[in-house]
Design a protein. Sequence first.
Lengths: 120, 120
Amino acid sequence: MAMSYITEKHILDRELKKGSAELLILSLIEDQPRHGYDIGNLIEQRSGGLLRFNVASLYPLLYRLEKRGWIQGRWVEKPGQRRRRYYRLTPEGKKVLAAQRISWREFVEAINRIIGMEHA
Amino acid sequence: MAMSYITEKHILDRELKKGSAELLILSLIEDQPRHGYDIGNLIEQRSGGLLRFNVASLYPLLYRLEKRGWIQGRWVEKPGQRRRRYYRLTPEGKKVLAAQRISWREFVEAINRIIGMEHA
DNA sequence: AGTAATATATGACATAGCCATATATTACTG
DNA sequence: CAGTAATATATGGCTATGTCATATATTACT
């Protein structure tokens, strides 16, 4: 999960990734609880490697979301596995996710309008 | 151009805005040189008020873009007007803008894939 | 036994956005 | 003509947060 920003393109990627992080995490645990490492890998896989989370960003972000009451974590210990902390959406988190999805859509449309990509 | 973030929705907006700022500015001066204040107002107007730039963010960002050689500013003084610094895209900036438009599109598609908004 | 992968954790540093404020000029309004 | 608003650029200080580097612990593989 190491980052590597070499070109100008990557500078943009790095910046853009910041704000969408919450939305990604909330979406991924919408249907089932997941642990941090799983979330990080899913984001990388499903984005075709375009989006990657540094673990040093991912875990603190999970703590913040839990502190805000949007997600709730619990430790799960199974034989033959290292202990994992599974996070699930709280009722408050569900509301926030719904609001953020709308916000994301409006945001993308606003940007596209300004940069001339209505058809994107 | 003052900011006001009250709801959770706005927290997301604030974060999201960060990475797209460069793309917005480069796009707006693509066809004609513009000064900072004009750019700030255009972003607010064309986004229907959704995107707003604090001047304390806008001007330093313009300096950074100029320092990187993507934009070039020059002072213009006209009678009956306060002096303005007009920025234009450099050849290097044009290349960066083209790359960032592609990057933006890929980014949006990757996010949508993960959060379940393919149809958005 | 050694290495890689899995999984979580955190201190230190750097980036960069925002608040508040400042300055200067022009336009409007009572 | 005095006061206020709008235009236009500028910046010090605070804060949030992402990244680098590193640490720890467990399991799987060879």
